[in-house]
Every structure is written in structure tokens, then in C-alpha cells.
Design a protein around this ligand. Structure first.
Ligand code: SF4
Length: 377
């Protein structure tokens, strides 16, 4: 099976090219795509409107494979987390978050992450490799049809997952060539048919790739900001040393010319005594003055190696109030899936670190973090 072509690796154009290589017309690709992504069907014999000869051909050379499920946990609040095997000792996590009137899937794009943000559980593990298209869209395919099965099926056209956030493990813009075809499938009417407003890509600020995304597939954009000035952001999000805040803010404004929403969402992880003072809030307002935006304040989910603590709820409230008083829409993210480590920044999976990120982080924990006042916990 693993030596057959995985049809989840193809977006619409890829499937047309694959069908052409089998001597099949392009409408066959569309039929196939609908069976796979609308119907969740992986058995070619069940694809009854395909010619028997094509079904027999596909059985010998193709398959539909999502990453194998290693663990499947459901939290008391309904949040469901899957740990998925992506080979060679690597595993990634996918999280479904049910809310009133919608269901959001948080999708991973890399096994690990090399960006090494200080407050991130994924970053501490280092980086192994980029996921392929099939491993990314396979998370949505697996989750949608597992959730449908759990509900005993749905009416035609109805779906459980209404929103996707590329916010799981990894920096999606550093795996652009796989993430974009996977997102094309999310938007494709013959696949998941989500609007561009309902697919959000979250980046730590890879400026040139923000411009490329604007040119190729402008979905909703979230930016992991976490600090209001370069000195602090250099420490919390090391990518800032390469693409400092002035460049990032300019890229956000360029993106807004084509974005499906008329604002950028800035995510800001609330770290006790690090980035949560009134002065930080005022700096944040000054920084984003010319960028139409919303703020999403995320209470930090502490993990032992981080040396960081969550801001006190009252501090978060006061911080939010300064932003709100200045007229900026600000929400405080509700912590979901705490009991199964599915909350933001807690996705860890298992990563065979091919970089020295994990090692560097351990060294920094002993030495450098004192520079931003991180305490031992
Ligand atoms: S916050 Fe995002 S970009 Fe930063 S280390 Fe974690 S996964 Fe990577």
C-alpha cells in the first residue's frame, strides 16, 4: 500500500495531471476528488460512478492514506486531540475545538518547528521535517470523517468542521509548497468548500512568505506577535531578529490589500511579568496604530521547561481594557482542552530533532533567559 500513489497528496490540478497520466479525462479527477473529500471514501470499489476498468487500475497503483492515529483523546469540554504517526519516530497533533455553531480544526504543518519561540511547547522539541500535502490535508480528512461517524452521519452538504486554523505544530509559511496545495483543497468546492475567511494561517512573521501568500492564496492571516518592541520580541520569537517589527507591520498592511478579512489578527501570549504591563499594552497600540487589527490575548499554558508563568487573570483583564479603550477589538482566548494538553502552545507530539534547537533551548534555559527576567518555576 505504501508504494502506491497517495491521492491525498494531490490538489485539483495534481489529480487532473495524475488522471491524465493514467489516460483518463479531467472530469474523472473531479469525480475522484468528490468521492475522497466529500464522501470520505477510500475504497475504490465503492466509487460507483467510476468505470470498473478505472477502479481496477486505481486499486493497483493508488490509495488514500492519512497518517495513522496513535492516540485519540476527548477532553471534558468536547475538545478532541489526535496524535498522528508521520513516520521515523515523528508524530504530530491535530485538535478539534467544538463551539456554538461552528467546529474548528487546528492543523499541524511540520514535525516540530525550528523557530524556537520561548513559550511554545512545539518549539522546545526542535525540528524534524516538513509535512507533505497528504499529511496536512489528511488531518482534515481523518478528523472530518471520524467526527461524522461519531455523530452517526450528516445530511448531504453538512460538515462538522467549518473552520481550519493552520496553527498546530510548525511554522506553515516555512512549508509553503505543501501548505498552499493543502489549503487549496480546503477551499475547493469539490473538496471541503470552506471560504477564505474560514481558513486562517498563523505565522510567526516570515515576511517574504507573507507577500507570497498574498499573491498565491490570501486566506485569513493571524500573526503571532507576543511582544510590542524588537528587544523583547527578539527574545520571545527569535525570527524577529531576521524580520523585525517594522518590516512585519509593513507586510501586514500589504497583505490587507488582498486579504479576505479587513483586519489582521494579532496573537499575544500573556506571560507573567514579561510582556503584560500597562506600558507593553501602550507600546502595542503605538506599534499597530496603522494596521487594521484585532487582538487575541492568549493566557499562557505553562510547561515545566519554559521557565514562564501565565499572567494573572486580573492583569490580562487590565491589559485587554487598555486595548479596548483605544478602540481595538480584543478577545481573551478561552482555554480549551487543558486536561488533554490540547490548549494553545501545548501541542508537542514526538519529534526526532534534526536541528540543535532543543539543545540550544536547554542551554538558553541555563544562561540567556535571565536577560528577559524569566523565573525558574
Ligand atoms: S509558536 Fe509557532 S512558530 Fe513559534 S515555535 Fe511554536 S510552532 Fe514554531
Amino acid at each position: 500500500m505504501t508504494d502506491t500513489v497517495n491521492l491525498l497528496d494531490f490538489d485539483a490540478a495534481g489529480l487532473v495531471a495524475y488522471c491524465a497520466s493514467l489516460g483518463e479525462k479531467s472530469f474523472r479527477a473531479r469525480q475522484l476528488q468528490r468521492w475522497i473529500h466529500h464522501g470520505g471514501v477510500s475504497d475504490f470499489d465503492a466509487m460507483t460512478d467510476l468505470a470498473k476498468s478505472l477502479r481496477d487500475k486505481l486499486k493497483t497503483c493508488a490509495s488514500i492514506r492519512h497518517p495513522a492515529v496513535l492516540q485519540d483523546h476527548t477532553s471534558a469540554d468536547g475538545t478532541r486531540k489526535w496524535l498522528l504517526d508521520v513516520g521515523e519516530g515523528n508524530a504530530v497533533e491535530t485538535v478539534y475545538i467544538p463551539e456554538q455553531g461552528r467546529g474548528t480544526l487546528c492543523v499541524s504543518s511540520q514535525a516540530g518547528c525550528a523557530v524556537n519561540c520561548r513559550f511554545c511547547s512545539t518549539g522546545k522539541q526542535g525540528f524534524s521535517r516538513n509535512l507533505g500535502v497528504g499529511e496536512i490535508i489528511g488531518q482534515l480528512w481523518m478528523a472530518e470523517f471520524a467526527l461524522r461517524a461519531a455523530r452517526g452521519g450528516l445530511a448531504p452538504g453538512e460538515r462538522v468542521i467549518t473552520n481550519v486554523v493552520m496553527m498546530g505544530m510548525g511554522e506553515p509559511l516555512l512549508n509553503f509548497d505543501a501548505v498552499v496545495p493543502a489549503m487549496r483543497l480546503m477551499l475547493d468546492d469539490h473538496a471541503y468548500g470552506l471560504s477564505r475567511r474560514r481558513v486562517t494561517l498563523s505565522t510567526s512573521g516570515v515576511v517574504p512568505m507573507i507577500d507570497r501568500l498574498a499573491a498565491e492564496l490570501p486566506v485569513a492571516l493571524a500573526v503571532s506577535l507576543h511582544a510590542p518592541n524588537d528587544a523583547l520580541r527578539d527574545e520571545l520569537v527569535p525570527l524577529n531578529r531576521k524580520y523585525p517589527l517594522a518590516q512585519l507591520m509593513a507586510a501586514c498592511n500589504r497583505y490587507l490589500r488582498v486579504a479576505p478579512r479587513d483586519f489582521i489578527t494579532f496573537e499575544y501570549c500573556m506571560l507573567d511579568g514579561i510582556n503584560d504591563s500597562d506600558e507593553h499594552a501602550r507600546q502595542l497600540l503605538a506599534l499597530t496604530r496603522d494596521v487594521p487589527c484585532k487582538f487575541n490575548l492568549i493566557p499562557f499554558n505553562p510547561f515545566p521547561e519554559s521557565g514562564l508563568l501565565r499572567s494573572h487573570p486580573e492583569r490580562i483583564k487590565q491589559f485587554a481594557q487598555i486595548l479596548i479603550d483605544a478602540g481595538v477589538v480584543t478577545t481573551v482566548r478561552r482555554t480549551r482542552g487543558d486536561d488533554i494538553d490540547a490548549a494553545c502552545g501545548q501541542l508537542a507530539g514526538e519529534v526526532r530533532d534534526r536541528t540543535r534547537v532543543a539543545e540550544r533551548r536547554r542551554r538558553d534555559a541555563r544562561t540567556g533567559l535571565a536577560s528577559i527576567g524569566v523565573r525558574a518555576v
